[in-house]
Design a protein around this ligand. Structure first.
Ligand code: S3P
Length: 446
């Protein structure tokens, strides 16, 4: 039994698996990719002419991006249920907004947008976000932008939002990022669009490459060096509006992959999943754990690889996850921790300290909340050690207003004894507004 209870202003998700058991069956169509949705809105807003985005994620995070760019002159309208039109202002023509730009809960909105604001001479911008975003580190983008000549001020020595930006003529740099972060890489590349000279970003490992793919599709010239994980951008491209087709978000698919893998007798097909190799770490990790997964109908849609994914229940075993795979499954670690609870043996997740500065401290929160259910977890500074095989009990838990925590705990609850209650479950709508509806549809009660 699955129900939402409103305890104003929040919602609680109550999940009570029947004693007779449940399984997940059928087909799931997941919402559009969040990372690609942000980029389609942003590039559409700064390009010349019209961009039509099919399959845009209509979650709260992309809505924050749309509102910020509308405040700077882009005309963004929902044409119908599946298509959004963006009338761009043209590169360099973002208008000075009347008011503070609010990125809400979205790190991608704030960090990518900063590159475009810092490189808009003679305009002033103030940016803020919700309580979670105002506590997330911004020096990772402020530092390279300042190296390019940006003028930025912010709370706590220019490291936290609210931030104020006086746009400048920037110069291209070669930035050696200490972390593999697509947000940092994309911020610097977007600033490089209007900088003097080329801009290069080198990362310790490749992070997701949606910005590179979409910048090219809109007309920019980029060179990628796979040996050194470097991307070089030529400045002043002519960016022209495009048709963008947004694939389903593999990070949203991950909840169903794990749910079908851990709940006995399940058989789910997840349709139209984006399988860009910089994002498929979760598929590799689940296969390492022994999950029964098949990819069908692999195809390329508007420059991004897509496939349908069938997942059937099978017993899982623990494994070790760390190193270069981490940036390729960074957002899936909370749900992977749930899979590990039901795997035989120990799972070690390491090199994942970045999780501490996401929408919540995802290592601390997952360890605390799954422990309430009876899981056996040791928290390390850079990861988790999960001793699988304990049976979980329903518990009263909290999302910490983090969308991926809310959904991960809901999947854990499907395999627990008795009732689970997840407080502040409305957080799911940041990236997956129809999560509870789909959960209700795929659960078959025996
Ligand atoms: C994102 C990049 C990742 C990811 C975030 C979305 C993006 O962050 O965690 O949810 O769209 O560029 P980092 O690049 O900072 O790791």
């Amino acid at each position: 039994m699955i129900r939402l209870e409103t305890v104003s202003p929040h919602q609680q998700l109550v999940i009570t698996p029947p004693a007779s058991g449940l399984s997940l069956q059928g087909k799931v169509r997941i919402p559009g990719d969040k990372s690609i949705s942000h980029r389609a809105l942003m590039l559409g807003a700064i390009a010349e002419g019209e961009t039509i985005i099919e399959g845009l994620l209509l979650g709260e995070d992309p809505r924050s991006t749309a509102a910020c760019f509308a405040a700077m002159g882009a005309n963004i309208s929902e044409l119908n249920e599946t298509e959004v039109r963006v009338q761009g202002v043209g590169l360099g023509n973002l208008q000075e907004p009347d008011n503070v730009l609010d990125a809400g809960n979205s790190g991608t909105t704030m960090r990518l947008m900063m590159g475009l604001l810092a490189s808009s001479p003679d305009r002033f911008f103030a940016v803020t976000g919700d309580g979670s975003l105002r506590s997330r580190p911004m020096s990772r983008v402020v530092n390279p932008l300042k190296e390019m000549g940006a003028q930025i001020w912010g709370k706590k020595g220019n490291t936290l939002a609210p931030l104020a930006i006086q746009g400048q003529q920037l110069k291209g740099i070669h930035y050696h990022s200490p972390i593999a972060s697509a947000q940092v890489k994309s911020c610097v590349l977007l600033a490089g669009l209007l900088a003097e000279g080329q801009t290069t970003v080198t990362e310790p490992a490749f992070s997701r490459d949606h910005s590179e793919r979409m910048l090219r599709a809109f007309g920019a010239n980029l060179t990628i060096d796979p040996e050194t994980h470097s991307v070089t951008l030529d400045p002043y491209p002519t960016l022209r509006g495009q048709k963008v087709v947004v694939p389903g978000d593999i990070s949203s698919a991950a909840f169903w992959m794990v749910a079908a893998a851990i709940v006995p007798d399940s058989d789910l097909t997840i349709e139209n999943v984006g399988i860009n190799p910089t994002r498929t770490g979760i598929i590799e990790a689940m296969q390492m754990m022994g999950a029964d997964m098949t990819l069908d109908n692999a195809r390329e849609v508007a420059g991004e690889p897509v496939a349908d994914l069938r997942v059937q229940y099978s017993p899982l075993k623990g494994c070790t996850i760390g190193g270069e795979i981490i940036p390729r499954l960074i957002d899936e670690i909370p749900i992977l921790a749930v899979a590990a609870c039901f795997a035989a043996g120990t799972t070690i997740i390491k090199d994942a300290e970045e999780l501490r500065v996401k929408e919540s401290d995802r290592l601390a929160v997952m360890a605390a909340e799954l422990t309430k259910m009876g899981a056996n977890i040791i928290e390390h500074p850079d990861g988790l050690e999960i001793i699988g095989g304990a049976s979980l009990n329903g518990a009263e838990m909290d999302s910490y207003t983090d969308h991926r925590i809310a959904m991960s705990l809901a999947i854990a609850a499907l395999n627990a004894k008795d009732e689970t209650r997840i407080h502040r479950a409305e957080a799911a709508s940041i990236s997956y507004p129809t999560f509870v509806e789909t959960l209700t549809n795929v659960c078959q009660f025996e």
